[in-house]
Ligand binder design. Structure first.
Ligand code: SF4
Length: 311
């Protein structure tokens, strides 16, 4: 099997049981699955440094993972340690973060800083209080180059005055590789034929609080544990049975991997495009034939884009 040298980045899950509990995030599934393998719900600084010391310097560290990273009070300390050797990316809601944390972060050369904002639909359990608004104001005026985004229909109305002149991206939520139920036709289909994903080349594994490493940020059910960085070497993770099985599922559709339920996996070849893209689109638009004609451009775009192989 011709694998690329892993990995572009590793995501850090500093804690389990995210109090933000966003409705589009499969926290229940994660908590249940994690309970079966460990009772270490908060990553210690010592475990973090031990694991990060095994990660090659060219691999970036992404503080995001399967839970809000700053619910661990040692998160900024971990980041300061990691930036001595690695490029750092942050994806946060600012929950658990203090102004003092932001002050430290703005002195560091962060590659990216994404702020996930709350919505008017109240799909996130994020308190918009004085503390939150002070942090937002401080962040806006800091040296940190922030990318702002939210998941859903509308940004929280009361935040608009604080974000005047800022570009705020609106993002769609999805089933997280079948880990939460969505009623859309695309989300519920198990993909057939050849598929591919760049994360199946070991480009974005996720470190858990007990040192276990899972395949990618979609693996909330912890179905693909590649090893444990406190015991295994970095290279061993990517020759593990779990990793090789996930890789085999790119061409062997009898393996019901999470990738076959994932919006991120791409069709490879005509047969896969027909089964996984054309048929579901036609089913969708047949419910409203008038819209089929209008949607032709979108269908062609989906068919063309879905054939991008990661190889
Ligand atoms: S296809 Fe989805 S589940 Fe599979 S490796 Fe890629 S992102 Fe992860």
């Amino acid at each position: 099997m011709n694998l690329r040298p892993p990995a572009d980045y590793i995501e850090i899950t500093t804690n389990i049981g995210c109090p933000n509990n966003c409705t589009y995030c499969p926290q229940g599934r994660l908590i249940q699955a994690y309970k079966k393998i460990s009772d270490v719900n908060r990553m210690s600084y010592e475990l973090f440094t031990k694991c990060i010391d095994k990660v090659p310097a060219k691999t970036n560290i992404l503080f995001s993972g399967l839970s809000e990273a700053w619910f661990n009070p040692d998160c900024t300390r971990m980041l300061v340690y990691a930036q001595n050797k690695h490029k750092i990316l942050v994806y946060t809601t600012m929950s658990g973060m203090s102004i003092e944390d932001i002050r430290i972060l703005e002195t560091l050369p962060l590659e990216e800083f994404h702020l996930h904002l709350p919505t008017d639909e109240n799909t996130e359990n994020i308190a918009i209080d004085d503390d939150y608004l002070q942090k937002l104001t401080y962040l806006n005026e800091s040296r940190i180059k922030v990318t702002y985004s939210f998941f859903g229909l509308n940004l929280k109305k009361c935040l608009e005055p604080f974000l005047k002149g800022k570009k705020v991206l609106k993002r769609d939520f999805h089933s997280r590789a079948g880990n939460i139920y969505l009623s859309k036709i695309f989300e519920n289909r198990r993909k057939k034929g050849k598929i591919d994903c760049e994360l199946l080349y070991g480009k974005g594994p996720v470190l858990l609080p007990n040192g276990d490493v899972v395949l990618c940020c979609m693996d909330y059910g912890l179905e693909y544990i590649l090893g444990n960085l406190t015991r295994n070497s970095w290279v061993e993770l990517f020759s593990s049975q779990a990793f090789l099985k996930a890789c085999r599922s790119r061409t062997d559709s009898s393996i019901d991997s999470i990738c076959r339920r994932c919006i991120q996996s791409q069709d490879v070849g005509l047969q896969s495009r027909i089964n996984n893209t054309l048929v579901p689109l036609l089913m969708l638009y047949m419910k409203n034939p008038k819209s089929l004609f209008k949607a032709m451009g979108k269908i062609v775009r989906r068919l063309v884009n879905s054939d991008k192989s990661c190889k």
